[in-house]
Design a protein around this ligand. Sequence first.
Ligand code: MGD
Ligand code: MGD
Ligand code: MO
Length: 775
Amino acid sequence: MSDNVIEKGSPEGIEPYDGPAGGWGALKAVAKALREQMNTVSGGKLLLRNNQPHGFDCPGCAWPDPKHTSTFEFCENGAKAVSWEATKKRATPAVFAQHTVSDMLTWTDRDIENLGRLTHPMAYDAASDTYVEIGWDQAFTKIAAHLNALPDPNMAEFYTSGRASNEAAFLYQLFVRAYGTNNFPDCSNMCHEATSVGLPQSIGIGKGTVSLEDFDHADMILSIGHNPGTNHPRMMRTLREASLRGAPIIVLNPLKERALERFADPQAPVEMATFSATPIASAYHQLKVGGDAAALKGIMKAVLALDAADLAAGGPGTLDRAFIAEHTNGFEALKTDLETTDWADIETVCGLPRSVLEDTARKYCAAKSVIVCYGMGVTQHRRGTENVQQIANLLLLRGNFGKPGAGICPLRGHSNVQGDRTVGIDEKAPAALREGIKRVFGFDPPVAKGHDAVESIEAISEGHSKVLIALGGNLAVAMSDPLTTFAAMRKLDLAVHIATKPNRSHLLVGKETLLLPCLGRTELDRQAKGAQSVTVEDSMSMVHASTGRLPPPSREVRSEPAIVAGIAKAVLGTRHGIDWDGMIADYDLIRDKIEGVFPVAFKDYNMRIKEPGGFRLPLAPTERKWLTPSGKAEFRLFPGIYEDPRLTDPKVLTLTTLRSHDQYNTTIYGLDDRYRGIFGRRDVVFLNADDLAAQGLQAGDLVDVEAEPEAGEAPYPGAVLRNQTIVAYNIPRGSAGAYYPEANILIPLSHQDKHSGTPGYKSVPVRISPVTRAA
Ligand SMILES: Nc1nc2c(c(=O)[nH]1)N[C@H]1C(S)=C(S)[C@@H](COP(=O)(O)OP(=O)(O)OC[C@H]3O[C@@H](n4cnc5c(=O)[nH]c(N)nc54)[C@H](O)[C@@H]3O)O[C@H]1N2
Ligand SMILES: Nc1nc2c(c(=O)[nH]1)N[C@H]1C(S)=C(S)[C@@H](COP(=O)(O)OP(=O)(O)OC[C@H]3O[C@@H](n4cnc5c(=O)[nH]c(N)nc54)[C@H](O)[C@@H]3O)O[C@H]1N2
Ligand SMILES: [Mo]
C-alpha cells in the first residue's frame, strides 16, 4: 500500500490518503455537497433522477449510461456537479449591488461562483462599477446594435462550452452562420481537439469507436493519461467489472491515481461493509510527463520484434497481416520509423525501462481484443495530435477496430462537448454541414475557416475582434496565458455571457458587458407548447433525451435555446425567414431541422429519442469503413521522439497541470484533493524527492515556478507562479505538477499543438527557485 506523499505531515494540509477511491469517503463527500448547497432531502431525491431513462443527463461528465439503468448511478462528482447547479444560493441584482466588480475581482474563483445562480439579465455599469439589472429586450437590442455595426462579421467571436444541448448548439451555429462567420472557438479546442484532428487522419472519424458493451468483451484495457476516479467516476464501475473478470488493465500515468490502483464501489454492499476494495490496474507504469509518444513507440517497436521472432520460429506472426493489407496504408513507413528509433532514447524520454514496454507489448499481443482509453494526459501537448495517432497505430497493428471488445476510447470532457461538434460548433465548417444548411434554410453559410479558441484570443488581443458572445464556460480562466487573455477581454466593445453562475470571465469587463442567466440541465424548461426536453451525445456517440424537473431559479431565467433565438431575431430580423419562435415553442421542430441538415445520422430523430437510452450515431470504423481520402486507415508518424527541445536540460522540469478531486474545470467546489493527500489548499507544486535534493530543496519549502522560454527567446515577463509550497511526491524525476487554472500563468498562448491548436497544458517547461524572504 504505497502513499504518494513522500514526507508525511509536511507541509500543513498534506496528509497521505491510504484508502481506496470511492467507498465511504465518497458517500461522506456527497452528504457534504448536499448540505452546503441544497436541502438534503430534495437533493437526495434529485440525485435519484440523474442519468435515469426519464431523468436529466448529468452535467458532470460524458461517460455513457448503462443500457437499462435501474438503480441509482451513484457518483460523487456527479453529485457535486448537480448540487452546485441546483444550489439554493442566488446572485440577485441586490447581491450584485453590494459588490463592485473591482472588489469581486480580488475574490477567489470559488467565492465568485459561490454567489449562486444568476437570476436576472445584468449589464455592467461603469459609473458605479457594478452589474445592474437590464430587460431582456433591451439586452437583445444592444447585442444587435453592436453586431450589426461591425464592418465584417468575422470581427465577432462566438464561444461555446460543452454543456450546451444539441438544440441550443444547433440554433447557435445556425444564427452565427446566418450572421456570417465561422468564428466558433469552443472548449473542445482546449481539450480533445487533438482527437478531432488526429483521428480523422488515422481512422476517418474524430470520435471514439467503442461502446459500453465492448468493455465486457475486451481482453485488455490500456489506460493512458486520464483520471476516471475524479473525472469520469461512473467509468470506475466498468473498470471494476473488467478487473473482476480478469482482464489486464495497464496504466500509463506519471501520477499514481488512487482510483486506478483500487476502488471500492459504493453500490457493492459487501465491499462497503467490509471496507475492502477491488484492485484496478494489473500493472501501473509511471512514465514521465510528456513521455507518451516515446512509450507508445517503444511498445510498437517491441510488437514488431515479437512478430519477427514468431515468424522466425515458424509461427504466423503477431501482427494482423490480413487487416493491415486490406485496411491500412503506411505500415512500411511506420516500421522504418520504429526501427530507426533507439531504445536508449525511448527509455530516456519516457523514463520507463525497455523491459516494461516489452512486457506491455507481450500482453498486448496475447489479447485478442484491446481497448485503449485516454484523456488530457495525451491530448494537451505540443504534439497532442501525433500522440493520439500513435494510439491509433498501436491498435491498427493488430486489427483492434471493428470487432467486439476492441477500439479507441477518448474520454470526453463536458457532458455534451461531442454533441455540440456533431451539430455544427466547428470553426472549420465541413462541406456536408454547409450543404445541409443550404438545403434546409436556403442560404449559403460562410466557407472560410473561422477562429479556434487560441486564435479568438489573439484576434481580440490584437484588436481585430470586438465582440465576444459566450454560450457558457469561463473562457478567460480556462485559456492559457492569463496575462494576454485577461487584457484582451478588457479590450472588447461588447462581451455577452450566457451563464448559470458568475465567474471571473464575467468580471473582466469590456466597454459593455452583459450577463444573461440561463436554465441548467436539472430545471424544468417550459415553452409555449409545454415542457421541453433537450438531447445530448455522450462519449460513445449515444444520443438521448434529458428532461429537467426542478423549478427555475427565477422567473426571469430563460433556456439557452430561447436566449439564442432572442439574440438571433434581434440581429437578423426576418433575414433568411428562419422561424425562431416556432422552434422555441416546440423543440421537436429544432430536432426536425437537425435531421434535415444531417439526414443519415439523425434519421427519425424525434422518434428515436423516445426510446429509453436513445440511439447510437453511425461510426464507420466499427464496420471497418474508413472515411479518409484514401478509403483506408492510415498509420501516421510522430517525427523524432522529443516533444520539446527545452526538455533536454536537466534543470528544466516538465510541469503538468492537474484537476483536483474537488473541482470541475474552473469551478472550484472546495480546496481538498483527497486521493492525492492535499487538504484545504491548492498552492502546492508536486516534485520528485531526488529533483528536490539535487537543488538543495525540501518538502514544505516555498518556491517560485517560472516558465522556461523557448531557445533564443527572452523570458516571458510575469510568467511566474509565486510562493508555491513543495510537496515531495511520487512523481517521476524531471516531472512536476500544479493545479489548473492557477498554473495557466506559466503557459504562453503560443505553447500549443500546431496541428490542433490545443494548448500544451500538460507539458510546460519550467524552472523552480527558492523564494528568498526578506530578513
Ligand atoms: N469532477 C470532474 N469531472 C470532470 C472534469 C473536472 O474538472 N472535474 N472535467 C471534465 C473535462 S472538460 C475533461 S476534458 C475531463 C478531463 O479528464 P482527464 O482526461 O482525466 O483530465 P485531467 O484530470 O486533466 O488529467 C488526466 C490525467 O493525466 C495524467 N497526466 C498528466 N500529464 C501526463 C502525461 O504527460 N502523460 C500521461 N500519460 N498522463 C499524464 C494526470 O496524472 C491525470 O491522471 O473530465 C471531465 N470531467
Ligand atoms: N492548465 C489547464 N487549463 C485547461 C485545462 C487543463 O487541463 N489544464 N483543461 C481545458 C479543458 S479540457 C477544458 S474543457 C476547458 C474548460 O473551459 P470552459 O468550458 O470554458 O470552463 P468551465 O470551467 O467548464 O465553465 C464553467 C462556467 O460555465 C457556466 N455554466 C455551467 N453550467 C452551465 C450551463 O448549463 N449553461 C451555461 N450557459 N453555462 C453554464 C458557469 O457560469 C461556470 O462558471 O479548460 C481548459 N483549460
Ligand atoms: Mo475538457
